[in-house]
Design a protein around this ligand. Structure first.
Ligand SMILES: *[C@@H]1O[C@H](CO)[C@@H](O)[C@H](O)[C@H]1NC(C)=O
Ligand SMILES: *[C@@H]1O[C@H](CO)[C@@H](O)[C@H](O)[C@H]1NC(C)=O
Ligand SMILES: *[C@@H]1O[C@H](CO)[C@@H](O)[C@H](O)[C@H]1NC(C)=O
Ligand SMILES: *[C@@H]1O[C@H](CO)[C@@H](O)[C@H](O)[C@H]1NC(C)=O
Length: 593
């Protein structure tokens, strides 16, 4: 498939072609400057009525009065250049939701809940504004391609079509291997090759469908473009050269790290929580990511099993005896996965009748590991499935699927990751099913024997080799910008998909321009198990006080309680506003089911 690379600009400082790239960099800077001037003089600053050839809204136009999702918001849209390097591409409309500062305003904090594909409009709330001191306008937005932002990524004719396309394929059931007990058994890799062939064909099909229905619109969905949108919006709302402030997590850490490195002079207060390795994100194809993303997963899994064993069978039904060793629980789960690999389980009374495979069950367990407040539910769902009733488990898969579909409608995640991905290799270097399977084997052998092949269920990435569009701008470092005000990095010690290793990497690349805070506990992003300690550091950061680098925040939580789980207990000693803030931050980052 041909790639429209002619217009592509890469703001990379690779080892090869440094000279050419410098010139490209200079041209780029000049182009950005000129466009900046162009937009400023034509659109924002000096609007001349009647001058525009068509009655299209001009860039910089802000419209309020739209429908809102939370009380206290004002909602609407802002018109931005669709392509910051080519005014002839027209405009895009970014959906926004704002809660205004009630005290003298310091600026605007942009919100992004991750994904890619997550909508940021929902998260702007009065409670969050209160928590952050009411000195900021809090502005949630739907990034390119997402939800109410136009153009929207919509490749299939309907969500139902997309559903039918995925149902019961490796996309929805993940990769199943006979057993992890003997990874040197050639049958393991052979199975993965088989399923990878299906995966490749599905990726090719969806890319072609997207090319057909979206065409060139797909080019404008990348993270670098979203960074320019934030810069543009900050100027419209807060004035020329105003700082860009951002509170984000998970994939949003990519937006944060891109922002501070693309536009270091514009970076203001930036908090990123649950870090994705930006070097791997921008320089490696997605099929190589599992080994990187899953580096804390086994540790998290062991902690889950240990706390379950300690809770005993009355509170964690996966345990059989009080204080069993965690390895006994693990062995029972592995026996269940192996049995399922031989014979999938019928789930006729799930929300959609289907069957449950071993790979899907592993993938669902990984998703549960991301949410420690749901571990008691996980134990119930798995205990029921081991006893022959897989409905709860499969419904959990469908719930996350529904989440993925509603917010990622339908392939916006691919649209973002493939815009950010390294340029496609020449056709003879496109990874084969054998390459994909080999990489999954690597993840299973070296990184996560239990989940190495199952990241894709919750994080459906890949296939960018077939994606029909390239972004006008792709950022790939350098990652060592110097900032006036350090960026705050938050990592959990047991985050099963955005491991602390990635937080350490960003900190080591940016040194004193960052402060690194560690939440010592399980879950994806600190908000999956909110602690007063981490929240108050974030609150103080936005109020102008930097935490001590390396601060460790402990977690305390009853994972398998007798009564329903009570997060509030951890906040008993705190002011009400901290607990309210915890819920607002959780609402911002809430994922799935
Ligand atoms: C693992 O599988 C290989 C190949 O089938 C076999 O030679 C080996 O004995 C097996 N190892 C164990 C521990 O079962
Ligand atoms: C498991 O052992 C711990 C420490 O020895 C003890 O406090 C706990 O009560 C035991 N749990 C059960 C369910 O017996
Ligand atoms: C930042 O990284 C780039 C590329 O790795 C390198 O050339 C440059 O010297 C670094 N700058 C600083 C200030 O360390
Ligand atoms: C910041 O803290 C982290 C975590 O303890 C540590 O690894 C790192 O070296 C510290 N950085 C600096 C610049 O002191």
């Amino acid at each position: 498939m041909p790639y429209p690379t002619d217009k592509m600009r890469t703001t990379t400082h690779g080892r090869q072609n440094t000279f050419k790239l410098r010139i490209a960099g200079a041209t780029l800077a000049l182009t950005v400057f000129m466009l900046h001037w162009w937009y400023r003089s034509n659109a924002i600053g000096f609007k001349t009525p009647g001058c525009s050839p068509k009655q299209v809204p001009e860039v910089g136009t802000v419209t309020w009065g739209g429908e809102c999702e939370s009380p206290g918001q004002e909602c609407g849209s802002i018109i931005v250049p669709k392509d910051y390097f080519d005014p002839s591409a027209g405009t895009a409309s970014i959906a926004i939701a704002r809660v205004r500062a009630t005290r003298p305003k310091k600026g605007t904090i942009f919100l992004n809940p991750g994904g890619p594909g997550g909508s940021g409009t929902r998260g702007a709330s009065i409670v969050l504004a209160d928590f952050l001191g009411n000195e900021w306008d809090i502005l949630g937005f739907d990034p390119r391609g997402i939800k109410r932002t136009i153009p929207q990524v919509k490749c299939f004719a309907s969500l139902q079509d997309y559903d039918l396309f995925n149902a019961n394929t490796v996309m929805q059931q993940s990769f199943t291997i006979p057993s992890v007990a003997n990874l040197s058994d050639p049958a393991v890799e052979a199975t993965l090759v088989q399923q990878s062939r299906q995966f490749v064909a599905l990726m090719q099909a969806q890319a072609q469908i997207c090319a057909e229905s979206m065409g060139d619109e797909l080019r404008y969905m990348g993270s670098a473009t979203v960074v320019r949108d934030m810069a543009f919006m900050a100027e419209v709302f807060d004035g020329e050269d105003s700082k860009i402030n951002l509170f984000t997590g998970s994939y949003g850490s990519i937006l944060g790290v891109y922002l501070v490195n693309m536009l270091p002079n514009r970076a203001g207060f930036v908090v990123i929580d649950g870090i994705v390795d930006p070097v791997a994100w921008s320089s490696e194809p997605a099929y190589k990511w599992p080994s990187n993303w899953l580096s804390s997963t086994e540790k998290t899994y062991k902690f889950f099993l240990e706390t379950c064993a300690e809770a005993g069978p009355a509170r964690c039904p996966l345990a059989k005896h009080a204080n069993e060793s965690y390895s006994r629980l693990e062995a029972r789960l592995e026996a269940f996965f192996d049995a399922l690999a031989l014979e999938p389980m019928a789930v006729p009374f799930a929300r959609r009748p289907a069957y449950l495979t071993s790979g899907a069950a592993r993938g669902v367990l990984l998703m549960y590991l991301e949410q420690p407040t749901q571990w008691a539910d996980a134990a119930r769902a798995f205990a029921a499935a081991i006893a022959g009733e897989g409905t709860l488990l499969f419904d959990r898969l469908l719930a996350s699927d529904a989440y993925v579909r509603s917010t990622h409608h339908d392939l916006v995640r691919s649209a973002v990751t493939c815009a950010d991905a390294p340029p496609p290799p020449s056709p003879r270097d496109i990874p084969t099913a054998e390459d994909l399977a080999g990489e999954l084997m690597h993840a299973l052998r070296e990184v996560s024997p239990h989940f190495g092949a199952n990241l894709g269920l919750g994080e459906p990435d890949g296939g960018c080799e077939y994606w029909p569009a390239r972004s006008p701008e792709r950022f790939a470092g350098p990652w060592n910008a110097t900032l006036e005000w350090p960026m705050l990095i938050v990592s959990n010690t047991m985050d099963p998909i955005t491991p602390i290793q990635s937080g350490r990497l960003v900190h080591s690349l940016m040194g004193k321009s960052t402060r690194f805070v560690i939440q010592d506990g399980p879950g994806h992003c600190s908000s999956s198990l909110p602690t007063p300690c981490t929240l108050k550091l974030i609150q103080a950061y936005f109020a102008g006080t930097l935490p001590e680098n390396g601060t460790v925040c402990p977690t305390a939580f009853d994972y398998f309680p007798e009564a329903p789980a009570d997060l509030r207990a951890a906040f008993a000693q705190e002011e009400e506003s901290v607990w309210a803030g915890a819920q607002a931050v959780q609402a911002l980052f809430r994922r799935r089911g």
